[in-house]
Design a protein around this ligand. Structure first.
Ligand code: NAD
Ligand code: TDX
Length: 356
């Protein structure tokens, strides 16, 4: 088992990064430091790590506002904290935004990952007691028909500007392993859901619209299939991989929980009705079929047997449990929701942290 002294988490103010930081402090037994390196784009919110800052800030948790595309800033942070591990989440993550504006995806996901790799290569040189872990997506494998699964060796076939930029970043990470001997691990994960999820993505968007009885926009025929994983389970998988995974290996992470979108939306309507004391089908009248996403991948399904067999990982919650926890979280965290929606937190950040 590898032990690290200081882990830099890029994108730690985002959805999965903040859940990962919480997992390592509260669940993993990790005894070292964590540096959250985040540019705080529209998707980054320090409220998502407010509890961690309060408990560990200045002792074992540190925040650095920096852009992963800025070599000097990233190198300065690596040096300042003498980091021996990077867990790289920072990215532009929303497929619809990548269709409207691909340039930022190429800049952040491709150039940003390249810059991170160059920074660790220049700082770490030939050290072998270090690790660069790259977070990627199942979307790099393309779109499945009714049958079959994505395995670690499934050929890449990305279809959206988002998945193409993630695919390119994966190739760069593996190239640095093969060419320069940089110790790396890489994980490709399916759709996450849970607390702190930015409400542009399907599940939190539907939950917040449900609360306000607004239309629930379902793309196309609603039969596109995604494999849903509770975010805390993704966090535990990543910790397993960075401590025990084979250097140079890729690991698939999935929920083994395939659902057509319309089934997810129907389930959310039922969970919300239960929590709000409404009749079971009360919210279903809000479901509205809308124009499909261009190039909408039909089905994703992950085979994660390697992670389960080699590293003994497994999911901890069922989809019903995870959805109930998620709906409750959004009911009980109105302040976070309002800050994300109003942009108030951005004003606070801009007066409290200067961009480097
Ligand atoms: P997110 O959009 O919620 O968060 C991204 C974070 O990265 C934000 O805090 C943002 O401020 C930061 N960031 C963006 N550009 C930056 C830059 N140039 N420099 C520094 N920080 C920057 O994303 P997420 O859903 O938490 O996804 C995290 C990672 O996981 C991404 O790499 C994504 O591709 C991958 N992933 C996500 C899912 C999912 O279902 N959400 C599934 C598989 C893989
Ligand atoms: O309003 C909506 N209506 C709808 O039908 C939205 C936002 C989405 N959808 C559909 C599109 C997808 O089939 O729901 C499905 C899920 O959509 P998103 O939440 O946008 O996720 P997806 O495009 O599948 O990508 C997510 O999982 C893989 C993350 O955003 C990526 O970062 C991750 O790599």
């Amino acid at each position: 088992m590898r032990n690290f002294k200081t882990i830099i988490v890029t994108g730690g103010a985002g959805f999965i990064g903040s859940n990962f930081i919480r997992h390592i402090f509260e669940k993993s037994g990790y005894a070292g430091n964590v540096v959250n390196l985040d540019k705080l784009t529209y998707a980054g919110n320090l409220m998502s790590v407010g509890d961690i800052e309060k408990q560990y800030g200045g002792k074992r948790y540190f925040f650095e506002r920096a852009d992963i595309c800025d070599f000097d800033s990233v190198t300065a942070v690596l040096k300042k904290y003498d980091a021996d591990c990077v867990v790289h989440f920072a990215a532009e993550s929303h497929v619809d935004r990548s269709i409207l504006g691909p340039a930022e995806f190429v800049r952040t996901n491709l150039n940003g990952t390249f810059t991170m790799l160059e920074a660790v290569r220049s700082m770490w040189k030939d050290r072998k007691d270090v690790l660069f872990h790259h977070i990627s997506t199942d979307e790099v494998f393309g779109s499945l028909g009714d049958q079959g699964y994505f395995f670690e060796d499934t050929p890449y076939d990305p279809r959206s500007p988002y998945s193409a930029s993630k695919a390119g970043s994966d190739h760069l990470v593996m190239a640095y392993y093969h060419t320069y001997g940089l110790p790396v691990t890489l994980s490709n994960c399916s759709n996450n859901y849970g607390p702190y999820h930015f409400p542009e993505k399907l599940i939190p968007l539907m939950i917040l619209n449900l609360f306000e009885e607004k239309p629930l926009p379902v793309y196309g025929d609603g039969m596109n299939v995604r494999d849903w994983l509770f975010v805390a389970d993704h966090a535990s998988a990543i910790y397993r991989i960075i401590t025990d995974g084979n250097i140079g290996d890729k690991y698939n992470v999935g929920g083994e929980n395939e659902r057509p979108n319309i089934e997810v939306v129907n389930l959310l309507c039922e969970v919300a009705a239960d929590k709000m004391g409404r009749p079971k089908d009360y919210y279903k009248k809000l479901i509205t079929y809308v124009k499909d996403r261009p190039g909408h991948d039909r089905r994703y399904a992950i085979n994660c047997d390697k992670l389960k067999k080699e590293l003994g990982w497994k999911q901890s919650v069922t989809f019903d449990q995870g959805l109930a926890l998620t709906v409750e979280w959004y009911m009980n965290n109105k302040e976070w929701v309002e800050s994300v929606r109003s942009g108030e937190y951005r004003k606070w950040i801009d007066t409290n942290y200067d961009a480097r």
